[in-house]
Write a protein that binds this ligand. Structure first.
Ligand SMILES: [Mg+2]
Length: 351
């Protein structure tokens, strides 16, 4: 019997317009997919554009016509192969990622086991770091973010810098300094420039961040500038990190040669199937991986990944995921604990 695929596009407005160094937004779009096979349903989603639902409803649905859903890795291959001529990266890979997550959830439910148990659990709980601190927010909002993260026990806290494509470096460093002053002792203070700086700016900002004791400098230059990232990694004390735009294992291989920690995102890198392959590539470079955004979806796979550092508890996604899914793990004592029921334990919130 052929499986049935159902997509729903959700738009979640942010409380106010938000901005990082290179983008502004006022909403987040989640494309959710439910895969039904007999008595079982698998659920997944990606953060993307409504066009990802069109890819799922047309190309991916056809690719899975003859698929055996008890073999998610072969389903992944069928989807990637079917997308050759439209490019299995970007929005198309986001669509594949959502379906792959749903297929793994379905498979584990059919077997009656949780995903960490199916894959082999490495750890019972996963450390997270708080993430937000947008460049268009004031000091009081930053202080409120830090207070929330401290009360949740986060061992790391990350804010955005690189305001207006690197044209407000003084304010960037003031905000980074404020983070170090507000954060409790022992907390890792982290920043993300979202590729806003030129190489020269990034060196100068990075040296100032080193003096402040910042431990993580994410996307100091665009992730397309792999040589630039490598040069910064070799010159700065803080960890230089990137990887949120790794769609394929080849992308992960390129970025792994240039950073101190590889960021991966199951909603972009090909779902859980793509995640494990990419994490193995990072491991071959003796690097840890850090989960980018989507904390609920990352919790089960992070529990089963040997070289995992932490999960990003991104303020937008932390806010919206309970409206998207029931069973979202609650942050306490700085960790997320995977659900123990079958699959990932996340089900679509009734509309
Ligand atoms: Mg980032």
């Amino acid at each position: 019997m052929p499986i049935s695929l159902r997509t729903v596009v959700h738009r979640f407005p942010t409380p106010h317009p938000e901005a990082d160094g290179t983008l502004r937004w006022d909403s987040t779009t989640a494309v959710a997919v439910t895969v039904v096979n007999g008595d079982h349903q698998g659920f997944g989603w990606t953060y993307s554009h409504a066009a990802a639902a069109e890819v799922i409803d047309t190309v991916l649905r056809r690719a899975l016509d003859e698929a055996d859903v008890s073999e998610p890795v072969r389903c992944w291959r069928a989807m990637v192969d079917a997308c050759r001529n439209i490019g299995a990266t970007g929005l198309v890979m986001q669509a594949i990622s959502a379906v792959d997550v749903a297929l793994w959830d379905l498979h584990a439910q059919t077997l009656g086991v949780s995903l960490p148990r199916l894959w082999g659990r490495e750890r019972p709980a996963i450390p997270v770091y708080g993430s937000g601190g947008f460049v268009n927010e004031d000091a009081d909002t930053l202080a409120a973010n830090v207070g929330d993260w401290a009360r949740s026990g986060c061992a790391g806290m990350k804010i955005k810098i690189g305001e207006a494509w690197g044209s407000e470096i003084g304010r960037d460093l003031d905000r980074a300094r404020l983070l170090t002053e507000l954060a409790p002792a022992g907390v890792d203070c982290m920043v993300d420039a979202n590729g806003a700086y030129t190489r020269g700016q990034a060196v100068r900002v990075g040296r100032a961040l080193d003096r402040l004791g910042i431990t993580w400098f994410e996307e100091p230059v665009t992730s397309d500038d792999v040589d630039g990232l490598r040069g910064l990694r070799d010159r700065l004390d803080c960890d230089v990190t990137a990887g949120e735009y790794s769609w394929t294992v080849d992308d992960t291989e390129r970025i792994s040669a240039a950073v101190d920690c590889v960021q991966l995102d199951v909603t972009r890198c090909g779902g859980y199937t793509g995640w494990f392959r990419a994490a193995a590539v990072a491991k071959a470079h003796h690097l840890q991986v850090s989960a980018h955004c989507a904390p609920a979806l990352h919790t089960p796979v992070a529990a089963a990944t040997p070289n995992l550092r932490h999960i990003e508890y991104f303020v937008d996604h932390a806010r919206l995921e309970p409206a998207l899914a029931d069973g979202v793990p609650r942050l306490a004592d700085g960790v997320l604990v995977p659900n123990t029921g079958p699959g990932h334990g996340l089900t679509a919130v009734a509309q």
